[in-house]
Design a protein around this ligand. Sequence first.
Ligand code: NAG
Ligand code: NAG
Ligand code: NAG
Ligand code: NAG
Ligand code: NAG
Length: 323
Amino acid sequence: MGCCGRRVFLLWIVEVIRAVILANAQWSVTMPGHITALTGSCVIIPCQFTCPWNYQPKEVVWYQYVSYGYPLVYSKNKPGGVIEKFRYKTELVGNATEKNCSLKIKDVHSTQNQEKIYVWIDPDMISYRDYKFYDTTVTLNVKDVVAPPEMSVTGEQTEGKTIKVYCTAVHTCPSSPPSLSFGDQQGSIQVSHTKEEMGQWRVTAEISWKAHDEDHGKMVSCTITHPGNRNATMRVALIVTSSPSNVSVTQHPGRPLEGQPVNLSCLSQSYPPAKSYRWYRVQRGHMVQQEGESQNLYLAKVSRDTGYYSCSARNDFGEASSK
Ligand SMILES: *[C@@H]1O[C@H](CO)[C@@H](O)[C@H](O)[C@H]1NC(C)=O
Ligand SMILES: *[C@@H]1O[C@H](CO)[C@@H](O)[C@H](O)[C@H]1NC(C)=O
Ligand SMILES: *[C@@H]1O[C@H](CO)[C@@H](O)[C@H](O)[C@H]1NC(C)=O
Ligand SMILES: *[C@@H]1O[C@H](CO)[C@@H](O)[C@H](O)[C@H]1NC(C)=O
Ligand SMILES: *[C@@H]1O[C@H](CO)[C@@H](O)[C@H](O)[C@H]1NC(C)=O
């Protein structure tokens, strides 16, 4: 009794193991249904497959999806037999031993737009009765227009602090990635490359410099240049906060007559603009603070000994006086 119970149990275990192996022993191909590529650049179609347990895959071939026949898109053994629009432009970058069937297409051309292609592992050995490889295709989406990069500004956007402008874009060609440049902006530049999902890579450039109040309102550009000199530019405006500078007093009228009124105005440059002012009268070497915090100072009557006026302008970032 004990013996037979164990035997049934062992048979059951064998069945379970067989089922697990069979479940994992299927052919399958995983790749994106669509992939976007830029003319003149390259694209790598990510492709992975599974095969029956203990099967040793050898050859990876790619075909054009058509209703009749098997036009070659990539074949290691018959490179000259590849149809013209893909001839000498395709390269297997995956490793069959690692079940990686990734295909690189270089110098992408607009005639390849909307082509559907598919992979077949060992077409001499594996027939459509084993696995219908043509049921998993990837459609090439070839575009001709270069997308501008994305930009953002970070860091402390205040004079004297380090300002950072980022520029980033995705692409499909890690072997000759696009370059990013910041026009005439000076600063230290760092570039990084990362891999993203589904056959995309990202290039990011960061430029940083010490912000100056004159940077406020300036446009910083970022140009992406793909192989073949295809480019697109994006721009961002800088907002740099600063304390007032270039403080000066102007008067109306410019040459007031004795006994006439004069209107003084305190001018300054900053972002955000000055929100309060102070006026000083310098008389016989003494500085006398005047009433009022407004930008203009109205004097009802000027005389020879009115003296000299100066003002100071203030915002949340500081204060500065006229000379
Ligand atoms: C397949 O090969 C390509 C090209 O070498 C590589 O970029 C990719 O990471 C590989 N895929 C996997 C899942 O290892
Ligand atoms: C493919 O992968 C196998 C196993 O990782 C390795 O031994 C072989 O050298 C690789 N072949 C190529 C061409 O990289
Ligand atoms: C201050 O004035 C000088 C001379 O007019 C000018 O060059 C400078 O750009 C001004 N500063 C700001 C912050 O606008
Ligand atoms: C972008 O391309 C145009 C046309 O090919 C070229 O005239 C221009 O110099 C390029 N711009 C940059 C920044 O490379
Ligand atoms: C002084 O000048 C300012 C700016 O031009 C003006 O808004 C204001 O009305 C003037 N004040 C007088 C009293 O003329």
